[in-house]
Design a protein around this ligand. Structure first.
Ligand SMILES: *[C@@H]1O[C@H](CO)[C@@H](O)[C@H](O)[C@H]1NC(C)=O
Ligand SMILES: *[C@@H]1O[C@H](CO)[C@@H](O)[C@H](O)[C@H]1NC(C)=O
Length: 376
């Protein structure tokens, strides 16, 4: 539904445009030509927003019910557009790959209004299989090709599978994003519900995230200058780099993950590179990370991944260099392992470890080629 306010403003803008000299087809409408604020709601809101997105400086999505099998398409927004999620955003059910929401453009501000919820309705899809089978599940949010933009204060519940896909993005900040997939912590529930997957992006800051899910809180497959700060992650797989290798972009360079806590998760700090692949993991710092209730590995760094599983045999062509762990502290459960490092010969170097203190888990007997500075 397009509100009366929007129609009135758009008519005004239309009159303004027709009085002005016609813009050349390649020229985007200027801010002045566009309606100040457009509000869309209900079951026709997503289509109306997509149709009118170029005419609105601010797009308010108020209680939008996105029809099944369609994307809330906010791609190619005009420079400087603001998008505000208001009330509850919902999505119809269909088996499909998604995404449920897609946003692209430059100098965008995307935010959630106070009290808003974006409800992915994941329980309709969850079958414990995630993206490895069962129902085809829609990915949640594509933040692809977003530049000099901010996404903030989104309150997300129950993603069907992966959450935010950050790809080909530059200078993008995601602040105060909450994802609560706790309802998926049941048998045959949520799986592969990664919160943030980062690839081929430069200058990404994810601050103050609060994530309850069933897979990585953060997974960086490639990218440069990536900062994760002030995050709280629980029930998932930890703060991960990788698997790196075997894609078109296999370079991770310049990552700082700091001031974050990981509770009741499979892993804390994790770096995985792909068996027999090529690539780089360089200049990665984990600083001031607090762990508790970690059930598999407090710290796990391995160069042996293949098809999503460890092979036990590391290879050397995705070297892990200049890795700093500075203040990684906390507890692992008695069935877990404090630290596991499986490096190939000479392919882990220049590491600095200080203030690394994990207790409660087993000591690994399978570590190999531990670089000086680190210990298992
Ligand atoms: C550390 O993170 C917490 C949230 O987990 C936040 O409240 C605090 O301000 C952060 N401190 C710094 C120095 O960033
Ligand atoms: C390492 O990465 C950090 C974070 O991106 C960056 O600020 C720093 O300049 C990098 N250091 C070098 C030597 O490239």
């Amino acid at each position: 539904m397009v509100s009366a306010r929007f129609s009135a403003i758009l008519l005004g803008a239309g009159a303004l445009v027709s009085a002005a000299p016609a813009p050349t087809p390649t020229q985007a409408a200027t801010l002045e030509d566009r309606a100040a604020s457009c509000t869309f709601s209900g079951s026709t809101g997503a289509a109306a927003a997509a149709a009118s997105k170029a005419s609105c400086a601010t797009i308010v999505l108020s209680n939008v019910a996105v029809p099944s099998g369609t994307t809330l398409d906010l791609t190619k927004l005009n420079d400087g557009t603001t998008v505000i999620f208001e009330g509850t955003t919902t999505f119809g059910y269909k088996e499909w790959a998604g995404p449920l929401i897609s946003v692209s453009g430059t100098k965008l501000t995307v935010k959630g209004a106070s009290g808003s919820v974006i409800d992915g309705n994941g329980a309709k899809w969850w079958d414990g299989k995630g993206s490895n089978g069962g129902k085809t599940k829609p990915k949640f949010f594509f933040a692809h090709s977003m530049k000099q933009s901010t996404i903030s204060n989104l309150n997300v519940k129950n993603t069907p599978v992966q959450g935010f896909s950050i790809n080909s993005a530059t200078d993008l900040t995601l602040d105060h994003i909450t994802i609560d997939n706790t309802a998926g912590d049941v048998p045959n529930g949520g799986h592969n519900t990664d919160a943030f997957d980062v690839g081929s992006s430069t200058g990404i800051t994810i601050s103050n995230a609060n994530i309850k899910n069933q897979d990585d809180c953060l997974a960086i497959n490639s990218g440069k200058n990536i900062h994760f700060i002030g995050g709280t992650c629980s029930n998932g797989h930890g703060l991960s780099i990788g698997s790196v290798g075997g894609r078109s972009d296999n370079v991770v360079d310049g990552v700082v993950i700091e001031n974050s806590s990981i509770f009741n998760s499979d892993n804390g700090v994790r770096i995985k590179t792909v068996y027999d692949a090529t690539g780089t993991v360089n200049n990665v710092t984990y600083r001031d990370i607090t762990l508790s209730g970690i059930t598999k590995y407090g710290i796990v760094i391995e160069q042996d991944y293949q098809n999503g599983s460890p092979t036990g045999t590391p290879t050397t062509h995705v070297p892990i260099t200049r890795l700093t762990l500075d203040g990684v502290r906390g507890s692992v459960t008695s069935s877990g392992t404090d630290v596991y490092i499986l490096c190939g010969q000479g392919s882990c170097s220049g590491w600095t470890w200080k203030g690394v203190s994990l207790t409660g888990g087993k000591k690994s007997t399978k570590c190999s080629n531990i670089p000086s500075g680190a210990s298992c």
